[in-house]
Design a protein around this ligand. Structure first.
Ligand SMILES: Cc1cc2nc3c(=O)[nH]c(=O)nc-3n(C[C@H](O)[C@H](O)[C@H](O)COP(=O)(O)OP(=O)(O)OC[C@H]3O[C@@H](n4cnc5c(N)ncnc54)[C@H](O)[C@@H]3O)c2cc1C
Length: 423
């Protein structure tokens, strides 16, 4: 089953070729990790976007706050790829995979062989399930060009309708409001962040956004869109009508599985991989947002959409391919910046966990812990980086935690692990 390829290949004319499809967060991390860990073969990194691999989370953060060019968001300068011997090919879309011949067909028609193929194809913004009338443009946010286009629309006084109250939607809403736009968020669920966060975090975030002047319409979907002069009229399921200058769809993403599916690889909620990111073909791996993986730490399958996950999977695949020990999976974590709220989450919140809140030092802080028995499974912290760091340690070490210590703001979380070690 192992595809580890002898990096000391005696045949100098035939070095192994690792091809990575997708020059995003996961793809670039893998390319550099492979080199760093001693991969002596060729590394080809193919990306359909025109830009050097960049920090995608900044699209809904610094880029919308103040326009920057793509280079300012680059993870590494172009010269770094040359120095590391990574053949980076931008504007290059992979059209198909021939698994028998171990070749790829590129969109411009060329063929490229591989020994190991890694799919790091990310995902696409999910489209609103609506008929869009001629003359109405819906913005989505997945790539640099999307964000640059949206930023141009940020003119004070304009009205922006954000469809979807998830992390990305709320980041955009907060930045638009801060830029002087009038913002309405329509969220289908009865609370914000319903798919990913606890009711406690949802309520905290809701209060903050309302205080920032954002109009939140919860439990409301967009029923229909119509053109209204040069603007867009959205009829909501709660009976309201919003006439907006800008409409943004923020209802999540769908993993990019088309290549894998057409090649006959197993698909679940993404490209199906095992705990080591191996697909149903021993020569093909998948990492990052595009894959549905078995997660060792969580002991279940999950598809994660986060930079730490993309980086971790990339480094673990690089270790396998270079014959190094594979590091264990860590506890998943995530962050989101929404106006003044710096949100950090560790673990995965699930209904049925017991919740303990820890009072913050100030009104703008929140720390909530979600436990199964006496072990923390997830923690959500707002403007509380120290609590987040301690929660991460306590979850990773699976330390037994008494509720009363968590709930006591005067009791240092750092002492819990030390005390547990003494008992
Ligand atoms: C607006 C926004 C804000 C975010 N904020 C955060 C955050 O605060 N914290 C956090 O942890 N995560 C955040 N994320 C999620 C994070 O960016 C992703 O988890 C991460 O980018 C995943 O990396 P990836 O390499 O799997 O996918 P991507 O970074 O999406 O890269 C995939 C690349 O593959 C390319 N590609 C796809 N198909 C092909 C093909 N056939 N041929 C060639 N190239 C192809 C795509 O064009 C893309 O460049 C955010 C995402 C977005 C969109």
């Amino acid at each position: 089953m192992s595809t580890h390829i002898n990096k000391g290949n005696p045949d100098q004319d035939r070095v192994p070729v690792a091809v990575i499809v997708g020059a995003g967060m996961a793809g670039q991390e893998l390319a550099f990790s492979l080199r760093q860990y001693g991969w002596a073969g060729r590394i080809v990194l193919l990306g359909e976007e025109a830009h050097l691999p960049y920090r995608r989370p900044e699209l809904s953060k610094s880029l919308l706050a103040a326009h920057t060019d793509a280079d300012a968001l680059s993870l590494r300068p172009g010269a770094a790829y040359d120095s590391a011997g990574i053949a980076l090919r931008l504007n290059t879309r992979v059209a198909s995979i021939d698994r028998q011949r171990r070749t790829l067909r590129l969109s411009e028609g060329a063929e490229l062989g591989y020994d190991v193929l890694v799919l790091a194809t990310g995902g696409r913004a999910r489209r609103l399930p609506l008929e869009v009338p001629a003359g109405v443009a819906i913005h989505y946010l997945r790539g640099f060009d999307d964000a640059a286009l949206l930023h141009k629309q940020f003119v004070p006084g304009k009205r922006l309708l954000m469809v979807g109250g998830g992390y990305v939607g709320l980041e955009v809403a907060a930045l638009a409001a801060a830029a002087g736009l009038r913002v309405v968020v329509a969220e289908a669920m009865p609370r914000l962040l319903a798919r990913v966060a606890s009711p406690e975090l949802s309520a905290f975030v809701e209060r903050a956004h309302r205080q920032a002047g954002i109009e939140l319409r919860l439990g409301a979907t967009v029923a229909a869109l119509a053109r209204h002069g040069g603007r867009c009229e959205a009829r909501l399921s709660d009976g309201a009508t919003v006439v907006a200058d800008i409409v943004v769809g923020g209802i999540g993403m769908t993993p990019e599985v088309a290549l894998a599916e057409a090649a006959g690889l197993a698909i679940a909620n993404g490209i199906a991989v095992d705990a080591l990111s191996r697909t149903s073909d021993a020569a093909i791996y998948a990492i990052g947002d595009c894959c549905d993986r078995f997660h060792d730490f969580l002991s279940r399958r999950i598809r994660l959409e986060s930079v730490p996950n993309a980086s971790e999977q990339a480094r673990r695949v690089a270790a396998q391919l270079t014959g190094r020990p594979v590091p264990a999976s860590g506890v998943p974590w995530f962050w989101s910046n929404q106006g003044e709220q710096k949100i950090q989450i560790v673990g995965v919140f699930e209904a049925g966990l017991r919740t303990v809140s820890r009072p913050g030092q100030s009104e703008g802080q929140l720390s909530v812990f979600h436990l199964a028995g006496d072990r923390i499974r997830a923690a959500e912290c707002v403007n509380s980086p120290a609590d987040f760091a301690q929660a991460r340690r306590l979850i990773s070490s699976q330390t037994s935690v008494p509720d009363h210590q968590l709930a006591d703001a005067a009791f240092p979380l750092s002492a819990i692990q030390a005390l547990a070690a003494c008992t």
